[in-house]
Structure formats: structure tokens, C-alpha cells
Design a protein around this ligand. Structure first.
Ligand code: F6P
Length: 320
């Protein structure tokens, strides 16, 4: 394979730039041309590409976001859109494509592979909700950002003897909530994977800890299991403790990537590009027990990921 494309798709994640850098440098070092595709699959359908060289990716390993921009394309979800993208790849001489994104992006890669374009997926999303990999690019940075923000909210929560309900991202998954909740010593962590009883798991827990002298509370609420404003109101009504809601929002998707994300992205970008060069097969790259591995796209998309329930139990045992 001599010419490959690389794109970022779906919600951006810190570390995507480090992955793009690794792809471009590995490709050139192994005698391949790389076309950077702007705006994900939308840009691919339009042929919005730029030839990348070693210097195109200088000074980006430390930057959040993605220099190739990202998009969620409706047009590409149709068979006609997928054929258009495949035809564009052929017209541009793109023999293989690296897709950096989440599950939705991998479904796009799967569709393109069926149209004859070899595709390799790299998991990039802050949600860490991709089943085949232990860690996704962007997750570590996001949980560190959330930790920093929650620490700040806690200062004022403590000064005013209040409760703060802090809503974090994660779509349908509770990884960001669980990890940041443990790291910030949240009293209560609510995730979509574990059902809860408001009276028993929120109100009673708070009342019990008030009896031990606790005067301020942090509740971390995953966006997939409730609304922070409503929950804050309910808590205030039922406990009498003044409660505020904070929705962290898109701050969680930005910022300079952590060491772990830069290293993971560099390893995955290098691995994915070498697959296109030497194995020429469609797959998704993953990290398993510290090693970079790959799975066929169909299998990767069928896999299920379970939140560590024992970790969830542990968090609540030590949070009171
Ligand atoms: O998948 C990443 C993510 O940030 C989710 O955590 C969140 O639910 C969603 O994207 C937000 O998407 P948008 O940027 O389109 O509002």
C-alpha cells in the first residue's frame, strides 16, 4: 500500500492530534503518502484532503482538538453516501484509511471496508465506551480535567456547607463519572450502568453522613442517568441541605492531552499505519493489558464492555 488517508470523526478527544502525528510520521518513514481528510466522513465524500508531510504535524502532540477537524455526517450514514466516499477514495488513490473516533466512526469504517477500502479504526473518545479496548484516546485527559474542576467546585461547596451535583459527560457510559468520582472523593456517584433508589442511595446516605459530622457533599452524576438541575432540587427538598447544580459540559473535551493519552495515541497511530503498510487488513486497534492489539471490525463492534461494579461498590464504601 502506497497511499493512505487519515481522518478524525465524531466528538473530538484530546490526543487525536498525537495519533495523527504518529500516523503521518510512520507512513512517511515507511515510504507511503498520507492524505489528511478534513471534517471526517463528510470531508471524505467531498474530497476535502490535503497532502501531509513531516512538518504538517510539527508542534501538535501537545494540542487538544484535531487539526483535521471533526464532524458527525448524516449523509455518510446512507449507502449512497458510503459509495460516494469509496469512489472518492479510489479517485484520490487512497488505498487504505485510518479512522480515529468512536463506535459510530467504526461503523462508518465497516461500511467503507465493505465498499472495498481497507480501514483501520483507532479508538478516540473521552467516553471510554469502546468495548474492545481498555482505554480510549482522550479518556485520561478528560478525567483529569473533571478532577481539577470538581476540586474547585468542592472548595466553595465546603465553604457554604452545601451539596453540589456535578454532571459529567460520557453519553450512555459511566466511566468518566466513576473514575473522577473516586479521584475527588465524591460522596455519591451515579452511573447509567447501575440502577439506584433515590431515597436509599442518595437521601439516606446523605442523612447518615450528616449524623457523623459531614457538612458538604459532592454528587457526581453521569449525563446518561439524569439531569443535574432536577436532581439538585430534589436533594434540597428532601434533605434540607442547600444544593447547587454544575454541568461541566464541553470543557471536558478540550485541553492539552496527558502523558498517558499522548503515549497511547502515538502507539496506536504507529501500529495502525504499520498494519496498512504490512498486513493490508481492515481492523480496529485496541489496548489490552498494556499491549496494542487489533480485532476485525465486525468483532470489535459486537464486543460488550462492562463497568467494573466492584470498583463502583468500593467507591461508595470509602466515600461516607
Ligand atoms: O462522545 C463524546 C461526547 O462528548 C459525549 O460525552 C457527549 O454526550 C457528546 O459527545 C456531546 O456531543 P456534542 O459535542 O455533539 O454535543
Amino acid at each position: 500500500m502506497r497511499t493512505i488517508g487519515v481522518l478524525t470523526s465524531g466528538g473530538d478527544a484530546p490526543g487525536m492530534n498525537a495519533a495523527i502525528r504518529a500516523v503521518v510520521r510512520t507512513a512517511i518513514e515507511n515510504n507511503m503518502h498520507v492524505l489528511g481528510v478534513n471534517n471526517g466522513f463528510e470531508g471524505l465524500m467531498m474530497g476535502d484532503v490535503v497532502e501531509m508531510n513531516l512538518r504538517s504535524v510539527s508542534n501538535i502532540i501537545n494540542r487538544g482538538g484535531t487539526i483535521l477537524h471533526s464532524a458527525r455526517s448524516e449523509g455518510f450514514k446512507t449507502e449512497a453516501g458510503q459509495k460516494k466516499a469509496a469512489d472518492m477514495c479510489k479517485a484520490l488513490g487512497i488505498e487504505g484509511l485510518i479512522v480515529i473516533g468512536g463506535d459510530g466512526s467504526f461503523r462508518g469504517a465497516q461500511a467503507l471496508a465493505k465498499q472495498g477500502i481497507v480501514c483501520v479504526g483507532i479508538p478516540g473518545t473521552i467516553d471510554n465506551d469502546i468495548a474492545c479496548t481498555d482505554n480510549t484516546i482522550g479518556f485520561d485527559t478528560a478525567i483529569n480535567t473533571v478532577m481539577e474542576m470538581v476540586d474547585k467546585v468542592r472548595d466553595t461547596t465546603e465553604s457554604h456547607s452545601r451539596c453540589s451535583v456535578i454532571e459529567v459527560m460520557g453519553r450512555g457510559a459511566g466511566y468518566i463519572a466513576l473514575y473522577s468520582g473516586i479521584a475527588t472523593g465524591a460522596t455519591i456517584i451515579l452511573v447509567p450502568e447501575v440502577s439506584y433508589d433515590f431515597d436509599k442511595d442518595v437521601v439516606d446516605v446523605m442523612k447518615r453522613t450528616v449524623a457523623t459530622g459531614k457538612r458538604h457533599f459532592v454528587v457526581i452524576l453521569a449525563e446518561g442517568c439524569g439531569d443535574a438541575e432536577k436532581m439538585a432540587k430534589k436533594i434540597e427538598e428532601q434533605t434540607g441541605i442547600e444544593t447547587r447544580a454544575t454541568i461541566l459540559g464541553h470543557v471536558q473535551r478540550g485541553g492539552s492531552p496527558t502523558v498517558r493519552d499522548r503515549v497511547l495515541a502515538s502507539r496506536m497511530g504507529n501500529y495502525a499505519t504499520r498494519i496498512l503498510r504490512y498486513d493490508n487488513k481492515s481492523c480496529v486497534v485496541a489496548e489490552k493489558a498494556g499491549t496494542i492489539v487489533d480485532y476485525p471490525i465486525d468483532i470489535a463492534l459486537e464486543m460488550k464492555k462492562e463497568l467494573d461494579i466492584d470498583m463502583y461498590r468500593m467507591a461508595h464504601e470509602i466515600s461516607i
